[in-house]
Structures are given as C-alpha cells and as structure tokens.
Design a protein around this ligand. Sequence first.
Ligand code: PCA
Length: 322
Amino acid sequence: MKTFTKLAGSAALLLAATTAQAEKWDMALAYSATNYHSEIAAEFAAAVTDATGGDLEIVTHPGGSLFGGSEIFGAVRKGLAPIGERLISALGNDNALFEVDSVPFLATGFADSKKLYEASKPALIEALEESRLHFLYSCPWPPQGFYSIKSANSLDDVAGMKFRAYNATTSKMAEGLGMLPTKIEAAELSQAFATGVAQSMISSGSTGYDRKLWEHVSHYYDVKAWLPRNMVIVNGKAWSRLSDDNKAALTAAAGDAEAKCWAKAEELDSWYIEQFEANGMTVETLNPEMQAEFERVGAELKAAWLERAGDAGQAVLDAYGN
Ligand code: PCA
C-alpha cells in the first residue's frame, strides 16, 4: 500500500511536470467527423502532437461541437479557441477578397482552383494578419452543384423555392434565380430539408453525402459553379507564444495536410455523386436554358464582386490570368 502511494505520488508529480510545459489546443471544426476536411484535420492534429512530443497537443472538435460554423472565425480571432477551420467565402463581410473562390464560373475544376488559390494566397494571408490571425492551410470542397426537391428545367420550376445558403454568393445566386435564400450551416442541413425549411441548395456532393440528402432531395445538377475552400487559422497571440520548434512543426504538418486534403477532395468528387445515383437520386447537368440562367446570374455576381474587391480583387484576377 505504502509503495503504491509512493509510486502513484511520483507519477502524479511527473504528470504535473509535463502538463506545466505542455500546451493543449482545442481545434474548432464545423463539419462532420467523417468528412475528409475533418479527418485530415484530425491527422494534422495528431501529427503536431507527435512531432512536438506532446509539447503542443491539438484536439479536434468536429461537427460544430465547440463552436458552430458561423462562430468559428470570431472565436479564433478572440482567442476563445486557439485554432479552427472556417469556410473562407462566408467571411465576405470582413473582406471581399475572402469571396474570390466563390466567384461563379471563375475556377470550376481542381487545377484552376489551385491556380486561383496560389494567386490569392498572399492577399488572404495579409487580410488574416490584419485580424491578428495566422494562416496554416486551405483545402477545397469539390465543385458545387445544384440540389432540388424537384426537377429544375426552367426558372418557373424553381421560382419561390426555399434555398439553403452558406455564404453571400449562394444567397445572391438564389435571389437572381428567383428563389428565397436562408443561411443554414451544414451541421443543421438534414433537419432543414426534413422540415421543409430548405428545398434546394448549391453545394458539393461531399456535403450532400455527409447529410444523406437523398432522403429528402430528388435531383442533383452537376453545375461545377466554383470550388469554395476552408482554411485553418490560429489566433495570433497563441501563435506568437509558441517556440520556434513548435511553429516549425505546425507549419510542416499544415503543408502535409494541405497536400493530402487537395488530393482527397479530387479523389472523392465523382465517388460522392455515384453515391447519389446508388441512393436513387437523379443526377444530371442543367439543361441549356437553366445553364444560361446560372451563367447570367454568375456574371452579374462576378461584376458586383469586382466592384467591391476593387484593385486588390483585380490584382488577384490578373495573377490568376483571368
Ligand atoms: N460544403 C459546405 C460549403 C461548401 C460545400 O461544398 C456547405 O455546404 O456548407
């Protein structure tokens, strides 16, 4: 008994000594634990914990369990969470440059999306630094398609539909097509479609798959309108407190996660859509009339974006080669 107490006592001391130096970061994630963004974030977290020998432990909280998607950017900025992941294009109120990945029909495939990312990265990093945030990595969603509870062959078919939006671009796209947008985070999506609060949306096959949307939605139109991206950001103060070694470990793990995540998004893209067909959804492209309507609204939104983003926006488009 005595020996046991003594042993337990020294184990407790040892534990106290390690926890005194070690830091634990809770990482806020908005999307399902099984989504590739969240899975790769969990691998990234484990890689950092491992590379720092537990000196910096990162624990992921997927599905909006720590902060909901719409709260994550503010929470990391205020230091309520030291690290988190957020859909960049939902932050257009802060800076129009955050919306560049959702400019309709600007980059519609993975290679162009990567080019656009490279072209906009310096401006993205600078905008985040102004908010005292450190950028770690960014990863795309697959190309965005149109989900509808009925066939959408003309503007009349979609008129007045309740449309689930995830950013300002999707809201304005819906309005331009005669639908009624409401912002809803991915975590609340199944509920929204089940209760009729949402009847259509623009998103990737990934989110429709995560939320089993075939239970409520009959049609998926493979529009490939754009590829929005998530980013992983760190609170500036939390970042500056790290040792150089820990900063280097985070940066290296972020580079690996980014490369893995881009590859995974591309690999899964067509697989998600196959799952829709396997679950009885109708998968089509838009008919020429509707395609033209999407492109008409898209062109209006591009012009409006450029006006808001000004010279900085034009510089990104020039660097992209558009
Ligand atoms: N999924 C996220 C954002 C874009 C996407 O493909 C969502 O629908 O919330």
